[in-house]
Design a protein around this ligand. Structure first.
Ligand SMILES: [Zn+2]
Length: 266
């Protein structure tokens, strides 16, 4: 009934992948139990199986591309997601960008980020606090408000306040100065430590069993520093791609290295 074979297209990936076909009646909820463990004998010496659904198409049949990497104690399927670490960065308004880099300046893309339309820029600015200063990249595109996202370690190091906030919620947040090659911007607010969050499309959210603004706990299995993150806010939009974002403090606390996946735990 189920087909399971290594997917050659994905062999270059660090994780072994399997492609399975399930009948249309099998909608894919957060947890399903349809994968006989013996199929994975070649790659798993124990009965612990951790199956991550990388891609699903609903149709006459459901094709799932599954990187199977570690374990799930109950042998259940769990829809996991990539946990990405965001280093400190700055979002700028067009006006502030021009103050920092010169009139008419436009951001230049260094690389695309996981969220559609978002990109890391070549431009860097200096964030200046009362105690110290540090460099940070700008993330594009430009936004309606300038926002500086620091880890709490960064904030303490340069001597600024960074309340834990959702992106965009900057009223009464920390102050700092930004310095670019063409000028400076003094900000009365805008410095935050980003509240950890999951970006999900409405389809992803349904499969995960969550909705917009839900607050969940996420378990991250790492080598020697596994951690359950509480207070993770779920953000749902068709413009997103499924991923969880944490900052460098959180990433270090969990010993995240390489590709890391998270699992919602109740
Ligand atoms: Zn994010």
């Amino acid at each position: 009934m189920y087909e399971n074979r290594p997917n050659t297209d994905m062999e270059k990936s660090a994780a072994p992948f399997f492609r399975i076909t399930v009948p249309p009646t099998h909608f894919v909820p957060r947890k399903i139990q349809i994968f006989p463990q013996h199929h994975l004998k070649n790659t798993h010496k124990t009965h612990k199986i951790d199956i991550r659904i990388a891609h699903c198409d609903m149709g006459d049949e459901t094709l799932c591309f599954i990187p199977a990497t570690s374990h799930n104690r109950k042998g259940e399927w769990i829809m996991n997601f990539l946990v990405e670490t965001s280093a400190r960065h700055v979002h700028v308004t067009q006006e502030d960008l021009e103050t920092l880099f010169g009139k008419g300046y436009e951001l230049t893309k260094k690389k695309d980020l996981s969220q559609p339309g978002q990109f890391a820029c070549n431009e860097k600015v200096t964030i200046v606090g009362p105690k110290k200063e540090m460099s940070a990249s700008i993330l594009g595109p430009v936004r309606p408000e300038t926002q500086i996202e620091l880890s709490l370690t960064d904030a303490r190091s340069i001597g600024v306040t960074a309340p834990v906030r959702e992106s965009g919620d900057i009223a009464g947040s920390g102050a700092c100065k930004l310095v670019g090659p063409a000028g400076e911007v003094e900000l009365k607010e805008g410095v935050i430590a980003a509240k950890r969050h999951i970006h999900a499309t409405p389809e992803d959210a349904e499969k995960l069993g969550v909705k917009d603004k839900d607050v969940v706990s996420v378990k991250v299995d790492t080598d020697g520093r596994s951690l359950v993150f509480g207070d993770v806010i779920v953000r749902v939009s068709p413009k997103y791609a499924l991923a969880m974002h944490i900052d460098t403090d959180e990433s270090n606390a969990a010993g995240c290295a390489g590709t890391v996946y998270g699992e919602i735990v109740k």
